[in-house]
Write a protein that binds this ligand. Sequence first.
Ligand code: AMP
Length: 112
Amino acid sequence: MCLFCKIIDGEIPNKTVHENEEFLCFHDINPAAKIHVLIIPKKHYDSFDVIKPELMANMTKFIHEVADKLDVRENGYRIITNIKEHGGQEVNHLHIHLLAGEYVGRLVGAKK
Ligand code: AMP
């Protein structure tokens, strides 16, 4: 069973932010910003690359609820999903990173 499936099963503890029947949001164990949470579907998918578009519709609604709960919608936030080796994915269970709580820099068009 994958790491995040174990979190969903309660075998590995997590700091839950928000949850419904389909998705779970919890704090990243190694935060890269003041606020860094992960949003995952409870059903296992290896990555964003294998899902049906319909899943993202529900996930989008859930992410908006998370952003409301964390009170980051006014100042903004970043969502990222890493896909496979070249995308830097380490845990092979689809997850969206949500970073917020401070300026998190620019990824596109940033000067080095
Ligand atoms: P990625 O590199 O996109 O696959 O991201 C995996 C993320 O999972 C990393 O940001 C890790 O810090 C995070 N992570 C790994 N194990 C745990 C855990 N037990 N609880 C919460 N976050 C975790």
